[in-house]
Design a protein around this ligand. Structure first.
Ligand code: ADP
Ligand code: MG
Length: 259
């Protein structure tokens, strides 16, 4: 049986402010999920919490990955278990190329598995990079770029997708760029996910862009509103959002509240 990421009744506060208020979600290997919702609904808070970002305080609930409660685990421990998070701190790293960064990431993992490991030999690494870049139809020069130095939203996503291709996680979480509506970035993430997805990979793509179905074909669509998943369904749910926006969900929520 494949691995699953199970989020149960997750409550998260940021600076003592409750943001997530009971999130339940299960993503299994081989599945593609889209998490949608308006700005400020808590999508990135969920992504950051899953990654183990220290600013996000879990006040209740569980995060189970591959049968293990990972709440107490460090981000790199989660990563080694096969939970993918893009660059933990997506800042520019002066003097570090995309290729160097990826080689370090691979070597850290190898060393963890075998303390005697001397690192992946350069020719093997080069072959791996080229294979993955070709699979993603990326220009080979991308590996020589300095990581995130002057990267556009789309280029940051390209680097994340390449990182994901090289690390071969079981479950990957892809959050949209901080700049919000960035169609180029969403297109790059979607194409990457489409190329990499298969029975070994589960993906949670996070966006507030309602026309996501033009780019990606998720089997499951979830909508977050005010720190909760208020609706889950198939691709038709994203279509419905494209036509109706989020208002009908807000009205439905308010209706529920009055009853
Ligand atoms: P989304 O990704 O859906 O746009 P966020 O998770 O970024 O939503 O934000 C949800 C709420 O949590 C917002 O009110 C935001 O101001 C707050 N929030 C998120 N992260 C932080 C943070 N690191 N510090 C302070 N407030 C935060
Ligand atoms: Mg966000």
């Amino acid at each position: 049986m494949g691995a699953a990421l199970e989020i149960r009744n997750l409550h998260v506060s940021v600076e003592d402010q409750p943001i997530l208020r009971g999130v339940d979600l299960i993503v299994k290997q081989g599945e593609v999920h889209a998490l949608m919702g308006p700005n400020g609904s808590g999508k990135s808070t969920l992504a950051n919490t899953l990654m183990g970002h220290p600013a996000y305080e879990i006040t209740a609930g569980q995060i189970i990955f591959d049968g293990v409660d990972v709440i107490e685990l460090e981000p790199d421990e989660r990563s080694r278990m096969g939970l993918f998070m893009a660059f933990q701190y997506p800042v520019a790293i002066p003097g570090v190329t995309v290729a160097n960064f990826l080689r370090n990431a691979i070597n850290a993992r190898r060393k963890e598995e075998n303390p005697e490991d001397k690192g992946i030999p350069i020719p093997a690494f080069r072959k791996l990079m080229i294979e993955k870049m070709d699979m993603l139809q990326m220009d080979h020069s991308f590996g020589g770029r300095y990581l995130n130095d002057g990267f556009s939203g789309g280029e940051k996503k390209r680097a994340e997708i390449l990182q994901m291709a090289v690390l071969e996680p079981k479950i990957a979480i892809m959050d949209e760029t901080d700049s919000g509506l960035d169609i180029d970035a969403l297109r790059i993430v979607s194409e990457g996910v489409n190329r990499l997805s298969g029975p070994e990979l589960g993906v949670l793509v996070i966006t507030h862009y309602q026309r996501i179905l033009n780019y990606i074909k998720p089997q499951f669509v979830h909508i977050m509103l005010d720190g909760r998943i208020v609706e889950s369904g198939g691709p038709d749910l994203a279509l419905h959002l494209e036509e109706q926006g989020y208002d009908w969900l807000r009205e439905k929520q308010n209706g529920n509240g009055e009853r």
